[in-house]
Design a protein around this ligand. Structure first.
Ligand code: C5P
Length: 298
């Protein structure tokens, strides 16, 4: 095998609570995370060197890129004297709180594992990923999960109840370290009940889950777009609307595709990036058969 293609999904935070500050400056969190069917498409080709291309994206292809960090971590850990040419077709908005950079790292780890038949286990991949970014272990696992610690303690949950997400990304993104620094100054009155949200998922009760969907980083978010986006989502029948991660994307959850489409159409009048997405069940995965690739992209 000379080449593999990987699909690596974006995530939304169905809940996000900040529990405290660790001695290393990271925050301990309690989150319910959900992958959605919006994917980075990552192609890896065997090579003697290491290169990264991001066609049509302004994300820098340098050593700070999570994809390069993931490749270096993989080769260092396995001891393989080899390289890879990476091409990432980015579709996940940047600085959105949707873990696009983590998805890229997860995709590179999964892809290299397949390309070089290294047979690293999921826990080995997660340990490598955790050093690259807090959300990388979840980007590997995917589906619906309760994620605690600094992002490293994951519990897979049953799939979240069937629903439609309308995700709206304003023109300006948000820096995650800055968002957490503002939280440290301002704090929050919003603290979702992760256990209640988990119970609602286990009971397959979308209405009860929607009631628990809150984000503790939202009050300290300086984005002026949260309120107007949420207003449009709510007016069009969203069961819940909230910011994902540290922002800047805001999403609504709907039980009706018709209402979701109405909300999306209205949001598109003011915002450049609006997506209608379904929950997806997995994390970063190799596309094995060209037939399956055709089904997804044509
Ligand atoms: O690990 P990652 O690079 O995704 O994190 C970006 C930044 O977000 C960190 O440098 C840190 O400031 C903040 N962060 C945090 N607590 C977490 C995750 C991220 O404070 N659990």
């Amino acid at each position: 095998m000379k080449q593999v293609t990987v699909l690596a999904p974006a995530k939304l935070n169905l809940t996000l609570d900040v529990l405290g500050l660790e001695s290393n400056g990271y925050h301990s969190l309690d989150m319910i995370m959900q992958t959605i069917d919006l994917y980075e498409q990552i192609t890896l080709r065997k090579s003697r060197g290491l290169s990264l291309r991001l066609p049509n994206s302004r994300v820098p292809a340098n050593d700070s890129n999570t994809a390069i960090k993931a490749a270096l971590a993989f080769f260092h850990y396995t001891g393989l004297l080899a390289g890879v040419d990476i091409e990432i077709r980015k579709t996940v908005p940047v600085r959105a709180g949707m873990a696009g950079g983590s998805a890229d790292a997860a995709g590179v780890l999964v892809g290299l594992n397949a390309l070089y038949e290294a047979h690293l286990s999921m826990s080995e991949l997660c340990a490598l990923g955790a050093k690259i970014g807090a959300d990388v272990p979840f980007a590997l696992l995917g589906g619906t999960a309760r994620v605690e610690g600094v992002g490293d303690l994951m519990k897979a949950l049953p799939p979240c109840p069937d629903c439609v997400f309308v995700v709206c990304m304003p023109a300006a993104g948000i820096s995650t370290p800055k968002a957490f620094a503002r939280y440290d100054q301002i704090g929050s009155n919003i603290h979702p009940d992760g256990a209640a949200a988990e119970r609602a998922i286990r009971a397959e009760d979308l209405q009860a889950l929607a009631k628990e969907m809150k984000n503790a980083l939202e009050e300290s978010s300086e984005s002026c777009h949260n309120a107007p986006i949420r207003e449009i989502l709510d007016k069009n029948g969203a069961l819940a609307s909230l910011m994902t991660g540290s922002g800047a994307a805001v999403f609504g959850v709907f039980d009706s595709m018709e209402q979701a489409e109405q909300a999306a159409a209205q949001l598109k009048q003011s915002y450049p990036q609006v997506y209608i997405q379904k929950p997806c069940k997995g994390g970063a995965r190799v596309l094995h058969s060209p037939k399956r690739q055709t089904e997804i992209y044509l």
